[in-house]
Ligand binder design. Structure first.
Ligand code: UDP
Length: 385
């Protein structure tokens, strides 16, 4: 191979792995570099040495999608077991089912409403004066009303994002359904499941192709880009520029691990919605793999906080005030040649695993099409703005 004929993919998470695979299958040589000691990015899973439980090292990841092509794609590399995410939430010392459904509504208000009655009851509490909700808080007050907002969203969101819900976009709350029946499936997608052996073996299989070389513990250095025909960057957008305009805001998570015997909380995820409880949720990992049997249990208490230099970024914040900085980075990125920004960090968007894979497949296809026409792929296939 001549120097410069290789594609460089920075980051071996879902974006990087899927792009590398598509390009390798099209006959190109791909070098994947990864700063961490493992592939799979933040959906990395590993066996807890003490308990033998499969752990979602960077917090809970449940695969769900409506995209048949993406579902078929992940099933090509891993067996997915049926799994339905049923989240419980504590508020005011009581336990409820999330997402908000008819059981939640009836329990909170001490009623026995049928679907139509519950819809009318909640609508009567909603602030119908808000015609076009912009913020998280407006979206909540418009659609769930003040009581449910205070009980489930206000405190949790303040802890999760480190700011008042009035400063956050409505899109964050739109992730969650509001149901007037007893369906407590956290997601409304057609396909949902858990990888039988974990996400990391799945990503390892995606990367296992003779035309892909994977280099772990290998941070990016600018001279690597000079030697590549094209770079796919799945690191933070601002990181590509050495953060020289300032840092885009991210939330990171700290996990406090503890172990127990038997079944500690009875479900995989328990949210803690009250502002005076310092963590947002507790994950009991063995419930993510109900087909496995373990006497011991390992749990993570989750503490969100501002992401500082050196921390792992998880959630792009996208506050209104940050939009200006984002715009400036995007403008600079668009002026770059030979690099395309991908994934949650590269495009600074709060996207789920299935969307990440869909965009990675589309990005690789766009690259191959552009290459066939002797064009350069632009900085963004999915623009962040
Ligand atoms: N949320 C909340 N209370 C809850 C669960 C979620 O206020 O009990 C809000 C919170 O702002 C969160 C957002 O809804 O960031 C989206 O929730 P999701 O479960 O999708 O978050 P993720 O699992 O991606 O962290």
């Amino acid at each position: 191979m001549t120097e410069g004929s290789e594609i460089l993919v920075v980051g071996a998470g879902l974006s990087g792995a899927v792009i590398a695979r598509s390009l390798a299958e099209a006959g190109l040589h791909v070098r994947v570099i990864e700063a961490r000691g493992h592939v799979a990015g933040n959906c990395h899973t590993e066996r807890d040495p003490e308990t033998g439980v499969l752990v979602h090292v960077y917090g809970p990841h449940i695969f769900h999608t409506d995209d048949t092509e993406v579902w078929d794609y992940v099933n090509r590399f891993e067996r997915f077991r049926p799994y339905v995410n049923r989240v419980k939430a504590q508020s005011g010392g009581k336990v409820y089912a999330l997402p908000i459904n008819l059981l939640t509504i009836n329990q909170v208000f001490g009623k026995a409403l049928r679907p139509d009655e519950a819809r009318a009851f909640i609508e009567a509490q909603a602030d119908t004066g808000i015609s076009d909700p912009q913020s998280f808080e407006e979206q909540a007050l418009r659609f769930v009303g003040p009581v449910l907002y205070e009980a489930f969203f206000k405190g949790y969101t303040q802890k999760q994002w480190g700011c008042h819900p009035r400063d956050l976009p409505a899109s964050i709350l739109k992730r969650l359904p509001l149901r007037f029946n007893y369906d407590d499936n956290y997601y409304s997608h057609r396909y949902q499941g858990m990888p039988e052996t974990g996400y990391t073996p799945m990503v390892e299989r995606i990367l296992a192709h003779p035309a892909i070389s994977v280099h772990l513990n290998t941070p990016f250095a600018p001279d690597m880009a000079q030697r590549a025909t094209h770079v796919f960057w799945s690191g933070p957008l601002d990181g590509w520029f050495g953060y020289d305009l300032g840092r885009l805001g991210y939330r990171t998570l700290d996990f406090e691990r503890f172990t127990a015997q038997g079944d500690w909380q009875g479900c995989a995820v328990m949210n803690y919605c009250d502002a005076d409880v310092p963590w947002t949720r507790i994950t009991e990992h063995k419930h993510f793999a109900p087909w496995e049997v373990h006497e011991a249990s390992v749990l993570y208490r989750e503490f969100p906080r501002a992401c500082e230099p050196g921390d792992t970024p998880y959630y792009p914040i996208r506050l209104v005030a940050e939009k200006d900085l984002l715009r400036r980075y995007v403008a600079r990125a668009e002026a770059e040649r030979g690099v395309t920004f991908v994934g949650r960090l590269g495009t600074y968007r709060y996207i789920d695993m299935d969307v990440t894979i869909r965009e990675a497949l589309d990005t690789a296809a766009a690259y191959l099409a552009a290459r066939g026409q002797d064009r350069t792929l632009p900085a963004f296939v999915t623009p962040p703005l």
